[in-house]
Ligand binder design. Structure first.
Ligand SMILES: Cc1ncc(COP(=O)(O)O)c(C=O)c1O
Length: 394
């Protein structure tokens, strides 16, 4: 069969492979602890769900403008201004079908065939495949575990070439939880402006910061506006993964280009979900605070438990809801790589994790703590036992 070259450049997300195997075991009645999912275990807050129901009952079920309703764009820029200190106009905002759609469309409108896209590792799987799909070359820049996987301007400076068109910044990071220091982020944006390179600021986890740290957006620095593109999402913050609402904040020319693309591809994000998103952004925020408090508790617990396992190291995740432990001690005992580790952990101890290979590193696995304390306790106990078998053999 003849398919396009574009589609053969990408593959199905590796994060799914272990998840599927875990699903099969569960169907057979096995008690699997799943540390795989990159989505909140909370239900969408009641006021947001109700806004969706109200939208249906009011008949708000028709096409809307391709870039979203004005009320929602206004709510997005106002919330961003309140929380991060930015000053975007409504004309600098557009609503998408989730953050992934926002990122995909941004790549589509700025990447030319042969452009380099710098993607720091570990990275969220889709960045690399989206770059490939649109004809760009993903250039992986390795951040160091012993530096907490933090990205710096100096590292980027060494990686930039005349073909670099875009740098991807994802802070807090999926999968490591690493946060780019605020002052460093400013240096990165300055570098991008000087070299005329776009900086994509993926703020999907922007609110998931701990230890009294304040959420940060480089979008709040107007001096870099010509080169910064913010991709946001309501998926994680409001436990709204299934509603599919994301947004772009950028210069009007970029917004209009994305709008043009949306007008011929997806058209508008679901009308009902837009009304629910409006409630999420303008309604009470106490459920967000409650969810964050719970994640914060779990993060501390997971880190303590992981660090108590012989042979496991874990850099402190400053944000998001993932831990990214180094499990390479198991490689001395017949485990080949992180995929082999994940498969055997699932087979022998019925714990699902995502192998680091999927994120561009080869000594780690990702553990999502978007699951209950009870599941965390059970799964970490099993992981401890699994690692201890290697220690005993050593
Ligand atoms: C780093 C990162 N960016 C963006 C997204 C997109 O999320 P959504 O499309 O649900 O808004 C995700 C989802 O997992 C993510 O991990």
């Amino acid at each position: 069969m003849k398919l396009s070259k574009r589609i053969s450049r990408i593959s199905v997300s590796q994060t799914m492979a272990v998840g599927e195997a875990a699903g099969k075991l569960r169907e057979q009645g096995v008690d699997v602890v799943d540390f795989g999912p990159g989505e909140p275990d909370f239900t969408t807050p009641a006021n947001i769900r109700q806004a969706g129901i109200d939208a249906i009952n009011a008949g708000f079920t028709k096409y809307t403008p391709a870039g979203g309703i004005r009320e929602l764009k206004k709510a997005i820029v106002e919330k961003h201004a309140r929380d991060f200190g930015s000053k975007f106009d409504v004309s600098e905002c557009l609503v998408n079908i989730g953050g992934k759609h926002a990122i995909f469309n941004i790549f589509e409108v700025i990447i030319e065939e042969g452009d380099d896209v710098i993607i720091p590792t570990p990275y969220w799987v889709s960045f690399a495949d989206i770059a490939r799909f649109v004809g760009g070359n993903p250039i992986f820049l390795h951040t160091r575990e012993d530096e907490g996987f933090r990205l710096t301007a100096k590292m980027l400076e060494q990686a930039i070439t005349p073909r670099t068109r875009l740098i991807v910044a994802n802070s807090p990071n999926n999968p490591s939880g690493a946060i780019i220091d605020d002052a460093e982020f400013v240096k990165i944006a300055r570098l991008c402006k000087e070299r005329d390179i776009y900086l994509l600021d993926d703020e999907c986890y922007a609110y998931f910061v701990y230890d009294n740290r304040k959420p940060f957006s480089i979008g709040a620095h107007p001096e870099f506006k010509s080169h910064v593109i913010v991709a946001g999402s309501l998926s994680k913050t409001y436990a709204m993964t299934g509603w599919r609402i994301g947004y772009v904040l950028a210069m009007p020319q970029i917004i209009q280009s994305v709008m043009k693309l949306q007008s011929h591809s997806t058209s508008n994000p679901v009308s009902i979900a837009q009304k629910a998103a409006l409630e999420a952004l303008t309604g009470p925020q106490d459920s967000v605070a409650a969810m964050l408090a719970e994640y914060s508790k779990r993060r501390k617990y997971v880190l303590e438990r992981l660090r108590a396992i012989p042979g496991v190291r874990c850099a402190e995740p400053g944000g998001a809801f993932y831990a990214y432990p180094n499990i390479s001690a198991a490689f001395k005992q017949g485990i080949k790589d992180t995929m082999d580790f994940s498969v055997k952990l699932l087979e022998r101890k019925h714990v699902a994790v995502v192998p680091g290979e999927a994120f561009g590193t080869n000594e780690h696995v990702r553990i999502s703590y978007a699951t209950s304390m009870e599941q965390l306790d059970k799964g970490l106990t099993r992981l401890h036992e699994f690692m201890t078998t290697f220690e005993q053999r050593a």
